[in-house]
Ligand binder design. Structure first.
Ligand code: GCU
Length: 336
């Protein structure tokens, strides 16, 4: 059954891919800008991209029409990054985690316990001297990052028992994002990593293929994971940003004036998403507790951190190029 669904799904994906590749222009002669993401239409990401759509159409509506596709309608994040690379679609939101497989330097923001506070995390991501080089480093791969989106703090949530210390993860199969850093993180914590796309997690939880997952609070409500997982433990292991990426050729082909307007639009995505985020987390937490019966745990993060910290050295030794960013992050950590 699952095999059949996968086959139908990929046939549908290929079909839509062919359709998309052939038609950048709409009926009215306007250039259609297609943006894909994997969140629901209530999620801050979608609200922010809708603001972008409105902004571009208000300022460049004679030439461009923006279409935002939520809920993996254009495929998983990995699929969407590939579609953005080839120009079959124009933009997509990808977690920093999966970008690591497209450009190794993205490893930096996947490190567990990299930031010591939300303030430091936000300040680093807002510092273009830190992010610019990285964001522009993938031109040869066909895309560029244009802004970042807050995706909160990632924590473990499980079906049968809460995770209160690293040893609770022993024998548990936990879904992680498809990134080597995340797989290694789980190994260090003593659990077993099950890397898979976001859209597959709910079914995997429900059918006991995995014992839990890790994400921000919105995954409980927006994605229904709290229907199955009743224990959410704030070990605070990662703050992994989401990144809006755009097709390189499209960005290069924009006139100077258009590019300026698009840049304003990218800033708007960041501002709107962050404005929505804090509230969305509070609402999700309340809903998870009251309607889904999820219990929240606040374990001591120290033992989790101690288990993960060797990963910093391993990654820096394997990829010394990211050391200057790492050092700049420590300065921000110290200043808050
Ligand atoms: C968060 C993040 C997504 C990501 C997802 C995941 O929801 O915002 O970009 O895809 O986590 O765990 O895969």
């Amino acid at each position: 059954m699952k095999g059949l669904r996968k086959l139908l799904y990929s046939a549908a994906a290929v079909f839509s891919l062919l359709m998309l590749a052939g038609c950048g222009g709409g009926d009215n002669g306007k250039r259609i800008i297609r943006i894909g993401h994997n969140q629901s239409s209530e999620h801050p990401t979608h609200i922010a991209l809708t603001a972008f759509e409105k902004y571009i159409e208000a300022n460049l509506g004679n030439k461009y029409e923006v279409e935002v596709y939520p809920s993996e309608l254009l495929g998983s994040q990995t699929d969407m990054v590939q579609l953005t690379q080839t120009g079959a679609i124009d933009f997509c939101v990808a977690s920093n985690a999966i970008l690591e497989t497209f450009s190794q330097n993205y490893e930096i923001f996947n490190l567990p316990y990299l930031f010591t506070s939300t303030e430091a995390y936000h300040a680093v991501m807002d510092d273009t001297e830190i992010t610019d080089k990285l964001f522009k480093s993938t031109a040869k791969a066909g895309f560029e990052a244009v802004t970042w989106l807050d995706a909160g703090t990632r924590n473990f949530y499980t079906v049968k028992k809460p995770v209160e210390k690293p040893s609770d993860l022993s024998g548990m199969k936990i879904r992680v994002q498809q990134s080597p850093t995340n797989v290694e993180m789980m190994r260090l914590l003593g659990g077993s990593a099950a890397p898979m796309g976001f859209g597959d997690v709910y079914t995997a939880l429900q059918s006991n293929i995995i014992d839990g997952a890790e994400n921000n609070e919105l995954a409980l409500t927006n994605n229904g994971h709290g229907d199955v997982c009743k224990y959410y433990s704030y070990d605070m292991h990662q703050m992994v940003p989401d990144i809006l990426i755009g097709n390189y050729n499209l960005l290069e082909e924009l006139s100077q004036e258009e590019r300026m307007i698009f840049e304003e639009g990218f800033k708007l995505v960041n501002i709107v998403e962050r404005e929505e985020w804090t509230n969305a987390v509070e609402t999700a937490k309340e809903k998870a507790e009251k309607e889904q019966g999820v219990q929240f745990y606040y374990p001591d993060a120290e033992p989790f951190m101690e288990a993960c910290l060797p990963l910093h050295e391993t990654i820096l030794n394997n990829n010394p190029e990211i050391k200057p960013i790492y050092d700049a992050i420590q300065e921000y950590n110290d200043s808050f």
